[in-house]
Design a protein around this ligand. Structure first.
Ligand code: GLU
Length: 320
């Protein structure tokens, strides 16, 4: 028998679980449970300054409150520095990364290229080939260098489970990207690839704001010699506010913990998430399992889902 497929739920404790990311987790969970995949829970807590105290524990509690369960974890990225360091060392060894002493504002100023989709400027390659080693870079500039992955002229392509064929010109659109920050912390792109590869993740389901990241991650898999471990990706259209921007604080307080404190039950939340995921409401729903067998990727709306004021007010009405 082939080993079971595995996916992961990977909250970042940089903020609370709200209706937008809860919907992504709900769909990920349904796809897994409907297809017999295993689920690992991974807390992506490497982004030091942006981590909010207690947010990870709260996310775990919120997921459980919805009836979303998992088979392994929580695994904390902050407890797994060793495998990240050795992957970075491997990239240094094969000459696929280089030290970079540019600050973010220098990168922004020097970029004549258009800004990449994720809000950052395309790195113009200032430090590429400039320093023989991280030590040399530090000695020459007095600055602690980050390590940047040289993408070469590579593009990346993959067949997405929802978006279809995706082809991305990584060099042109995104540029060389950071795999280790100046303080030595592994960057998201690197940590996620190491984790997904080591945890045997076969299926990644996440928001389509990460399509650009997937392209970068494909290059990392290949460079690390893990081409055979690249998971199948399914990128979901996000929930946006009436202004077309990704659902966030500016659209009101949609944190699960807030609804919960106000007496809104998990059934009302799940029904809201369900209607944003191409499913019918279930009047008597109380747990995620009530929706088992009802999710169908083919019925997921193709574009962003708008969380209009009426939909949000309906839940606010439940706060009594
Ligand atoms: N931790 C990321 C987030 O919450 C998800 C990363 C991923 O799925 O690869 O946005």
């Amino acid at each position: 028998m082939p080993p079971p497929r595995r996916t992961r739920l990977a909250p970042s404790p940089t903020g609370a679980l709200h209706l937008g990311n809860a919907r992504t987790f709900f769909i990920n969970w349904l796809l897994a449970r409907q297809n017999g995949w295993e689920i690992a829970l991974r807390i992506e807590d490497l982004d030091g300054p942006r981590i909010k105290r207690g947010a990870a524990e709260q996310a775990v509690e919120d997921l459980a409150w919805l009836g979303i369960d998992w088979d392994e974890g929580p695994v904390w990225q902050s407890n797994r520095m060793e495998p990240y360091r050795s992957a970075i060392a491997r990239l240094v060894e094969i000459g696929h990364v280089y030290p970079c002493v540019c600050t973010r504002s220098e990168v922004d100023r020097s970029a004549s290229a258009p800004h990449a989709e994720d809000g950052g400027a395309v790195y113009p390659g200032t430090c590429r080939g400039r320093y023989a080693s991280a030590t040399a870079a530090r000695e020459a500039t007095g600055r602690a260098p980050a390590m940047r992955f040289a993408v070469g002229d590579g593009g990346a392509g993959f067949d997405d489970g929802f978006a279809g064929r995706v082809e991305m010109e990584v060099a042109e659109r995104l540029g060389d990207f950071v795999v280790a920050k100046a303080d030595g912390t592994p960057a998201y792109q690197l940590a996620v690839v190491v984790d997904d590869a080591e945890m045997g993740i076969t299926d990644v389901v996440r928001g389509d704001d990460l399509l650009d990241s997937t392209a970068r991650q494909m290059l990392l898999y290949t460079a690390l010699g893990w081409g055979d471990r690249i998971p199948r990706f399914t990128h979901l259209p996000l929930v946006v506010g009436a202004d077309g921007r990704r659902l966030a604080k500016r659209h009101g307080d949609t944190r699960l913990a807030t609804y919960r404190a106000a007496g809104v039950g998990p059934g009302a939340i799940l029904n809201r998430l369900a209607t944003w995921s191409g499913m019918e409401k279930i009047a008597a729903a109380t747990r995620a399992t009530d929706f088992m067998g009802r999710f169908d990727l083919a019925r997921l709306p193709r574009g962003p889902i708008v969380a209009d004021a009426a939909a949000l007010a309906e839940l606010d009405g439940g706060r009594s």
